[in-house]
Write a protein that binds this ligand. Sequence first.
Ligand code: TMP
Length: 203
Amino acid sequence: MEKRRGKFIVFEGLDGCGKTFHCKVLCEYLNSIGIKSIQTCEPTKDEMGKLLRRYLSGEIETSPEGIAGLFIADRLDHITKKGGLLELLDNGVNIICDRYYLSSIAYNAQNHSTEWVYNLNKTAIDLLTPDLVVFLDIPSFKEDRISSRGEKEIYETQEYQQMVKQRYEEALSMHKGAYVKISSNRDKKDVVKDVRNEVLKLF
Ligand code: TMP
């Protein structure tokens, strides 16, 4: 019998929108009903992802272009490495990913147009387009939730996040695959229910 290819489900949204929580809850739920799933994230937890975290924390500096390029390198490695996303999907594993290329468009177009970042990401997009992007929508950046998480990262200012919010709209309009916008500014239980309903349509 031919193995069914896994589904690639991506969560996106402003910092503090609840992505990490909802990725975890969804992944646990899918596994509990026999849909084998794993959770992953970008920046990854590999060496390039760790280097990115050092730039994001402000510990070391580079140009916005340097950061954009490193996100692509981390993403391509995530997709194509041994045991990476493509291999897992081919083996029938479903993947829940906390951020993917839409984050690059929303966050890394600092000195450029969103098309510039889209084009940089073209190789990754051609290799792997999400089966579904779940955009968790909040009216504005939740500073309190971030500060309780630890140190602030370079993009975590109200001003920057306002721009990110606008850029996400552009990113979603450029995205050629399926996406759903879910308001995350509600009781978590309702958000969990809506996310499940949307994701279950894929199976
Ligand atoms: P996180 O806090 O959701 O783990 O994401 C880390 C930060 O990385 C967040 O501020 C968004 C940023 N980011 C980019 O700037 N470009 C990207 O391509 C990705 C995946 C994340």
